[in-house]
Design a protein around this ligand. Structure first.
Ligand SMILES: [Zn+2]
Length: 116
């Protein structure tokens, strides 16, 4: 058992500047997904569009899994009802909006790392 180790790691202070801004749940997920994407490409480079196509397919697969988790008597009861047609429009709008946004400074730096 490693209960002691778990307690220690849970109690360990978070890395980073002391005045780090408190992130929203959306911000945490955004950062985790970007980090995983760039770390993977750093280890195993892919052509640009191949990498982005994988990322898009993953979003689709995640949608399917989340929708599935809301089906049946044992499904999540938060009240969300999957509607693939409408939800796809929302996801496409988010994709388009992100595409047209100017790159953020930290993202531009990560892109440079990804090319290194
Ligand atoms: Zn739910």
């Amino acid at each position: 058992m490693s209960g002691r180790d778990d307690r220690m790691s849970a109690a360990a202070p978070q890395a980073g500047p002391a005045c780090a801004e408190i992130q929203s749940p959306e911000g945490h997920l955004d950062e985790a997904l970007r980090r995983a994407f760039w770390q993977s490409l750093h280890r195993a480079p892919l052509p640009a569009m191949s990498a982005l196509e994988v990322a898009a397919r993953v979003v689709g697969a995640l949608y399917r899994q989340v929708a599935q988790a809301h089906e049946g008597p044992n499904g999540c009861r938060c009240g969300w009802e999957p509607d693939p047609d409408c939800d796809l429009i929302v996801l496409e709008a988010n994709l388009a909006a992100a595409l047209l946004q100017p790159p953020e400074p930290d993202l531009a730096r990560m892109v440079a790392l990804g090319r290194a």
